[in-house]
Design a protein around this ligand. Structure first.
Ligand code: 4AD
Ligand code: MG
Length: 477
């Protein structure tokens, strides 16, 4: 007989029919009620055991975490809070979970403890809900682009270029670290390395995506990216997933429109398709917030916050306008910011971004036209010669969630920019070719996938929205 998932069973009309299901025990109460879950939904199915009919030794193995196969009769539930339950006729224990040693017992565990049990934490309600939402968001992202004429483009993971020019890369090498070959200057001779040159894990697929946009028109990447920045924050990972659309003939306004429409769309998708998980996560967040001082609590429950973002227009202001607001705001004057904003040209820190979004505008904000000095080399220079056609999208509770720009399509301007920054032309000859042959206005952006999942689930730490987080000093599992 075909085994049904818990989700399927909960949606089945009970007619005392025989059913088979498999799953893991959440709880076993009074030697009678098994709450069984198989990951298909946040909800459990109640399985009722007449213990007189079962071997005592067998029932002893029915502990939290044990894997079971249950055969029984599906009936209308006698208890409250569920529509159906299974009267158990046969019970098979695939594998037990000794309560003396199994770490995921039915009680509250700290997030820190669960991070040390990353292989098991997905068995908790919180993590299973997060990971289902993460999966749904991935699907929604592909769906959005596929339905809008974009091609999925696979950027290389190993690259020879530093797309962001920030030097935060992980080296890829097969040279013997104890005895590397040296050149005549006594430096490591990368000509003898696997690729015959220095290579790294990619920090962004953008440069390669640009090449493809200049032929396929609209492309997007969705893949892992790596940054060796030593940022031990709740917003940074060393390995994270990024979505990078790149569109030929789009200018910065088109780019902002695309980003806003895209984000609203994927959020609407989960509002429609992840209701149970979102309601669970909303309740989790409310419970957690009760333990915090009033001032730190978020003003809206999770689902309202998601609806708010999906339904409201993002505020768009220039960097220059933002600096004026920040310079004159209370926390700046009262020296409440860690980094005071005095002058035009200052790089915005997360505290400033969050002030703009959470306190000043109280909605997502798109900042654009940043000083050229604080942005990457490939961004298009404005007529003023000082600012570039960059845009960042800032979200409540997160800060920067998207970074993007219109790209510099003029060969001479790009070349002089690279020269000023000391980026050798030989390294990016192919990127310059794109400006020599059929160049055109084009734009794109990068959305940090985990930051989107953070926002969507209401979690507080980016380590808790990726299955196996990689951060400084941590690559377990
Ligand atoms: O702003 P970033 O550095 O932009 C780029 O990489 C561009 N090449 C994108 C493009 O135009 N195609 O990164 C984009 C986004 C950030 O806004 C942030 O959401 C996320 O990637 N991000 C990180 N997420 C987690 N951990 C990190 N260490 C991150 N660094 C960036
Ligand atoms: Mg950025």
């Amino acid at each position: 007989m075909k085994s049904l998932s818990v989700k399927e069973l909960l949606a089945t009309e009970p007619k005392s029919q025989k059913v088979v299901t498999n799953g893991w025990v959440k709880t076993f109460r009074s030697n009678r009620f098994i709450a069984l879950n198989d990951g298909s939904t946040i909800n459990n199915i109640q399985c009722v055991v007449d213990f007189e009919n079962f071997d005592e030794q067998l029932l002893k193995q029915v502990n939290t975490g044990a894997a079971l196969k249950i055969t029984g009769i599906l009936i209308e539930s006698q208890g409250r809070g569920q529509s159906v339950e299974i009267q158990v006729k046969e019970l098979f224990v695939h594998g037990g979970a000794d309560p003396e040693v199994y770490p995921i017992q039915p009680k509250k565990h700290s997030m820190e403890f669960l991070r040390e049990q990353a292989h098991l934490r997905v068995r908790t309600n919180t993590f299973s809900a997060i990971m289902r939402v993460r999966s749904a968001l991935s699907f929604a992202i592909h769906q959005y682009f596929q339905q809008n004429g974009f091609y999925y483009f696979h950027a290389p993971i190993v690259t020879g270029s530093d797309a962001e020019g920030a030097g935060e890369m992980f080296r890829v090498t097969t040279l013997d670290p104890k005895n590397p070959p040296l050149n005549e200057n006594g430096e490591i001779n990368y000509k003898e390395d696997f690729f015959g040159k220095e290579t790294n894990l990619t920090v962004s697929g953008q440069l390669e995506a640009e090449a493809y946009a200049m032929a396929l028109g609209k492309v997007y990447t969705f893949g892992p990216t790596f940054r060796a920045e030593n940022s031990n924050t709740t917003r940074h990972l060393a390995e994270f997933w990024m979505i990078e659309p790149e569109v030929a003939f789009n200018d910065l306004d088109d780019n902002m429109d695309l980003a806003e429409d895209f984000i609203k769309n994927v959020i609407k998708y989960i509002l429609k398709n992840c209701d149970d998980d979102l309601r669970f996560l909303e309740k989790r967040l409310l419970d957690e917030e009760k333990t915090k001082p009033q001032a730190e609590r978020s003003e809206m429950p999770l689902i309202d916050k998601l609806k708010f973002v999906a339904d409201n227009t993002f505020k768009r202001i220039t960097y220059t306008e933002a600096i004026d607001i920040l310079r004159n705001c209370k926390p700046n004057k009262k020296k409440k910011f860690k980094y005071r904003i005095d002058e035009w040209g200052a790089d915005l820190q997360s505290e400033h971004e969050r002030f703009l979004v959470e306190k000043h505008f109280k909605c997502p904000v798109i900042l654009y036209d940043y000083p050229a000095k604080i942005k990457a080399f490939y961004m298009r220079l404005n007529e003023d010669g000082n600012t570039v056609r960059a845009m960042d999208i800032l979200f409540p509770g997160i800060g920067e969630i998207v970074g993007g720009s219109q790209r510099e399509e003029r060969l001479d301007v790009l070349k002089s920019k690279m020269e000023a920054l000391g980026i050798p032309e030989e390294e990016l000859w192919w990127y310059l070719d794109l400006r020599k042959f059929g160049t055109a206005v084009h734009s794109g952006f990068g959305l940090g996938f985990e930051r989107l999942v953070l926002f969507a689930t209401g979690m507080g730490n980016i380590r808790d929205v990726i299955p196996f987080p990689r951060t400084p000093q941590n690559a377990d599992f």
